[in-house]
Design a protein around this ligand. Structure first.
Ligand code: INI
Length: 155
């Protein structure tokens, strides 16, 4: 018989870290609210959630890697908002952030979730931080919970 493994969307006593950047905090605070709401509604106690603030999205990977390799947390949720300006600055940040978050996950073996918005303008970002296109913070938190439970079953 085929065996299917799926992660339940429930947290028990796992410690979860959230790394959130302060740049564009109008947006990132909403992502944080979304992530916290999802964690709480899926069983997390506030005492098990640690929020780490960093200056900008570019600083997220280093903090995430340090936290993930500490092995004190079952998952690390990364939240940020990179919004394009008149130069290509945002592209350099986006590439490094995405690659750095993936690397943090792979070298630590801990789920490190990519909840970083990469938008053309502020309107797109607001839409994705609790507006008409949902909330990436909620999505990243949900993915974290699912991965924690999948990894428990396959390890
Ligand atoms: N950081 C962001 O999180 N979002 C942005 O849109 C952004 N832009 O556009 O410049 C941004 N820049 C700061 C960067 O992340 C670093 O904090 C800074 O370069 C210092 O290393």
């Amino acid at each position: 018989m085929t065996q299917h493994i799926e992660g339940k969307l429930i947290l028990n006593d796992e410690a979860i870290a959230i790394v959130v950047s302060r740049f564009n905090d109008l947006v990132t605070n909403r992502l944080l609210d979304g992530a916290l709401d999802t964690l709480r509604r899926h069983g997390a106690d506030d005492s098990k959630i640690t929020v780490v603030k960093v200056p900008g999205a570019f600083e997220i990977p280093l903090a995430a890697e340090r936290i993930a390799t500490s092995k004190k947390f079952a998952a690390v949720i990364c939240l940020g908002a990179v919004i394009a300006g008149q130069t290509t600055h945002d592209q350099y940040i986006n590439q490094q952030v995405a690659a750095g978050i993936a690397r943090a996950s792979q070298i630590s073996g801990v789920p490190v979730l990519f909840g970083v918005l990469t938008c053309q303008n502020m309107e797109q970002a607001i839409d994705r931080a609790g507006g008409k296109a949902g909330n990436k913070g909620n999505e990243a938190a949900l993915a974290a919970i699912e991965m924690v439970n999948v990894l428990r079953q396959i390890s």
